[in-house]
Structures are given as structure tokens and as C-alpha cells.
Design a protein around this ligand. Structure first.
Ligand code: SF4
Length: 347
């Protein structure tokens, strides 16, 4: 244990039951070792309401802290070790822009229900809640999109165009059923475009970390490791997903790695997602199989959270000087409604 780890452990002990540290799976091993709870977005969201601690420290990017703050009780506070770490994909869709697009679609006689991936701001989730829509995660995107598609309305899925198409394809939809929207700075670019034949409108955002993975990476791995199994996250492009043995959320990838390690049915398992998670899985299953990243892919924002920053935050919490994450009151209720709808759909 280094000096910082020792100090963090001492502060955790001192703060005792008042403190709960949550960590997303994409956090580094140095940070994860200090977390009381780890998980992907859905797993962590599900656990928030059962947490009794007064101080919740969220080791993850900004939208994750905001989502946690939506689900906590009034007497609880949420803190982020690095409040400037934000998800690049979340920044590709603002609440204001989405509202304008939804109003423009309505003006074009398109009755649309919005579905927002959890990787979005509270401001955007609030707009989605106001328009009757729901949040989804990569673990439940299929269930939530199916709910929306069977509502009788059209659907706007945002902001991830890859997750949208991968999920729609899994539900039997094809390119004729959807339209990736072209956007202006504050609304729609293609106002005159005939959208009547489309069931699904897709926001043109993506995760730069998962988007950089290519079919060529899969082909290179198959040449190098014949017989390997390749699994990727559904934020990867659809043509890449189709070239792999499977795709799914972070929790799905963790479970598949465990299954393949238990069965020992493959010698080499290749996983295409954030590299911190792949490195941890490789270590966990090193005796059963060789587990490799499809491509080195570290999210700079997830990696902006360090042990040093965690220590500074805990010291400030202990002194009473840490700044808790604050939500706009006007956004809280509609955003919470969109999140609650997801939890109800996927109960
Ligand atoms: S890996 Fe992609 S989706 Fe996840 S926080 Fe980073 S930019 Fe956002």
C-alpha cells in the first residue's frame, strides 16, 4: 500500500458508516480498491436507494454523480473526486438542443417519445421526462426501446447512434426503419425531410472511446489468435458488433468472461471496451484463459479520477469543506421521472 492508499483507508475508517464510495467499472485499479460498491451505470443506480450513508462519493464522470444525486434522499450528499471529468458523449446532446428538436418534430406532425441513454446530463433527462420518455442503460436498452416502440409513438433515441442501431437491430428493425438526424447548432437541419416512414429517429452522437474500434481490429485479432472469441460493448459501431461473437453492457461482458473462464471453451478471449476493465478481467481470469483488449482504449475522463483526488476529497469531507453536487430544482422532478420510468419498465 502506498502512502495515499494508507491515508484513504484511515479516512474511510474515520468516516465509517457516514461514507459510501461507489466506483464505475471503468475506474483504475488504484481507485477501485477503495470502493464500497462497484458496478456499471444500471447496477450502481439500482443500489443508490439502499445506501444509508450520508456522504456518497462517486468515482465516475459527472453525469453519474448527477444520476446518483437524483436518487438520493434530502439528507444525503453526493461528491465527485473530479467534477470536471465529464463524458464526451454526454456533451454531444444538451437539454436545450433536444427540446428544440422534439418541438420541431412535433411541428412536423411527428409524435415522438424520447429515450435517453443514461450517459446524458440531468438537464437532458429532465426534457426527456417532460416529454414522457425514459432513461436507459446499455444493459436494458432493448427493454426500454421495445417499451417505447410499442407505445404507438415514434421514438427519438439519444445520444448514441451506435447503441441505438445495435439495439434496434436486436429488436428486428433495419435501416429503412430509422433516420440518423442531421442537426444544426440548436435544432434540426433537415426540417423538410420526409420522416413519415421512419419509426426511430437517432441522435448522431457516439462514445469516442468505443467508436474508434474497427472491423479491421477484429480481423487482425482473428489472424493473430485463431479460434478466439470476441465480445464488445454496444457503443461500438454496428458493423463491428456484427463481426463479433457477442455484444453487451459492461455487466454482460463481465459475466461472459466468467462463463468462458469457467467452461474453458476458448483459449483466447478478446474484449472491446474501456481498457481498465479489460485489464482487471485479464488478471481475474489469468489462470483460465488469455484475455486481451481488442484495442487499447482508455477514457481520459474516467482516468481523470485518481487516488490523489479521492484523498483530497475525503480530507475536505472530513473538514466539512467539500462541495456537494447541486442539481437545478426545476430539473430534478422531470429527470427523476425519466429515471423512475426506466426502473419501472425493467423491474
Ligand atoms: S467511455 Fe465513452 S461513454 Fe464512457 S464516460 Fe468515457 S466517453 Fe463517456
Amino acid at each position: 500500500m502506498n502512502d495515499i492508499s494508507v491515508k484513504i483507508s484511515a479516512l474511510r475508517e474515520q468516516l465509517g458508516k457516514k461514507l459510501c464510495i461507489l466506483g464505475h467499472h471503468y475506474q483504475s485499479a488504484a481507485v477501485i480498491q477503495h470502493c464500497d460498491m462497484t458496478g456499471d451505470s444500471l447496477e450502481l443506480a439500482r443500489q443508490i436507494e439502499s445506501i444509508e450513508a450520508q456522504y456518497l462519493v462517486f468515482c465516475g464522470v459527472y453525469f453519474m454523480g448527477e444520476a446518483a444525486a437524483l436518487l438520493t434522499r434530502a439528507e444525503q450528499q453526493v461528491f465527485l473526486p473530479e467534477p470536471h471529468a465529464d463524458c464526451m458523449m454526454a456533451l454531444m446532446a444538451s437539454g436545450c438542443h433536444v427540446r428544440n428538436v422534439l418541438l420541431e418534430l412535433q411541428a412536423m406532425d411527428q409524435d415522438v417519445l424520447p429515450i435517453a441513454y443514461v450517459n446524458t446530463s440531468v438537464g437532458l433527462k429532465a426534457q426527456v421526462g417532460t416529454f414522457g420518455g425514459a432513461v436507459c442503460t446499455s444493459a436494458n436498452a432493448k427493454e426500454v426501446l421495445n417499451w417505447a416502440l410499442t407505445s404507438g409513438k415514434k421514438v427519438l433515441f439519444l445520444p448514441d447512434k451506435h447503441l441505438a442501431r445495435n439495439t434496434a437491430q436486436a429488436l428486428g428493425l433495419g435501416p429503412d426503419d430509422w433516420q440518423i438526424l442531421r442537426l444544426s447548432g440548436d435544432g434540426l437541419l433537415d426540417k423538410a425531410k420526409d420522416l413519415t416512414s421512419k419509426r426511430l429517429f437517432i441522435w448522431p452522437g457516439c462514445c469516442p472511446i468505443h467508436s474508434q474500434m474497427r472491423v479491421q481490429d477484429v480481423q487482425a485479432m482473428r489472424l493473430k489468435y485463431p479460434g478466439c472469441a470476441i465480445y464488445v460493448h454496444p457503443e461500438c459501431p454496428p458493423e463491428l458488433v456484427r463481426a463479433c461473437e457477442g455484444a453487451g453492457s459492461t455487466s454482460f461482458l463481465i459475466k461472459e468472461a466468467q462463463r468462458l473462464a469457467d467452461e474453458q471453451s476458448v483459449k483466447d478471449l478478446i474484449i472491446g471496451t474501456e481498457s481498465n476493465l479489460v485489464t482487471r478481467l485479464a488478471l481475474r481470469h489469468k489462470d483460465a484463459l488469455r484475455l486481451l483488449p481488442l484495442k487499447e482504449a482508455y477514457c481520459p475522463d474516467m482516468n481523470a479520477i485518481t487516488e490523489e483526488k479521492l484523498l483530497i476529497l475525503l480530507q475536505n469531507i472530513e473538514r466539512g469543506t467539500a462541495k456537494a453536487l447541486a442539481l437545478e430544482e426545476a430539473e430534478r422532478q422531470p429527470a427523476k421521472a425519466a429515471l423512475a420510468r426506466m426502473l419501472t419498465i425493467c423491474r
